[in-house]
Design a protein around this ligand. Structure first.
Ligand code: AMP
Length: 223
């Protein structure tokens, strides 16, 4: 089973993907995380991706598609995977179709209005050590500017600065939103309301997944 998490930046794909990974046992593949890791390690791929990422543009399709292709072929993806942030345009969706291994596909679009996205992204901070995600308007931190879990320094992602947020939203509107129609036509599209706290949204996703498992007759114990 391939689970595709669609949705604008800041809609909670990463957080919900982590929870789904824990509950369902499918590995989460985040192209954003893979790219950030390459940038951090200073690999040649990371160097090619860095400028586009810092400005809120999409990294070129050939880089991202080969990253995903390599990752989904690993043994831990045999029963399925959760794709967070891929595909982001029609060319990537087409490439993913061509990686078809006969497994079922479910698309979950976590929907959020732009106003709320801007608020969330502006308040988002990441632990520089363990990558835990915080929202400064919702979390009461034990020590200001420090991660509750490991006391690492909390930082703002380069691309969560206001001018870059606008660019990422434009890219989402111009490129990624086209995937809604693409997957609707294939009968794979599902929309989930992304408003509310993490548990509330996760509950909505689990309801949807249960519905999907009913169709594929996945045993109750494995849900
Ligand atoms: P994310 O963490 O998913 O918000 O991604 C952060 C940044 O990584 C994006 O703004 C893009 O620059 C790049 N990126 C992530 N996934 C993709 C993708 N599928 N295609 C192109 N660029 C991507």
């Amino acid at each position: 089973m391939k689970i595709i998490l669609l949705g604008p930046p800041g809609s909670g794909k990463g957080t919900q993907g982590d929870l789904m990974q824990k509950k369902y046992g499918f590995p989460k593949i985040s192209t954003g995380d893979l790219l950030r890791d390459a940038v951090e390690r200073g690999t040649s791929l990371g160097k090619r991706a860095k400028t586009a990422m810092n400005q809120g543009f999409l990294v070129s399709d050939d880089i991202v598609i080969s990253l995903v292709r390599e990752r989904v072929e690993k043994a831990d993806c045999r029963d399925g995977c959760i794709l967070d942030g891929f595909p982001r345009n029609l060319a990537q969706a087409d490439a993913l179709d061509k990686m078809d291994d006969g497994s079922s596909v479910i698309v979950i679009d976590i929907h959020l209005e732009e106003e709320e996205i801007i608020d969330r992204l502006s308040a988002r901070r990441i632990c520089s050590r363990c990558q835990m995600i915080y929202n400064l308007s919702l979390s009461k931190l034990e020590h200001e500017g420090r991660c509750d879990a490991c006391e690492g320094r909390l930082i703002q992602r380069q691309d969560d600065r206001p001018e870059v947020i606008q660019e990422r939203l434009r890219v989402y509107r111009d490129e990624t939103e086209k995937l809604i129609g693409y997957y609707q036509e294939k009968g794979l599209y599902n929309r989930v309301d992304g408003r509310g706290d993490i548990e509330t949204v996760f509950h909505r996703i689990c309801d949807l997944m249960n519905h999907e498992f009913d169709k594929t007759n996945r045993p109750e114990a494995a849900r």
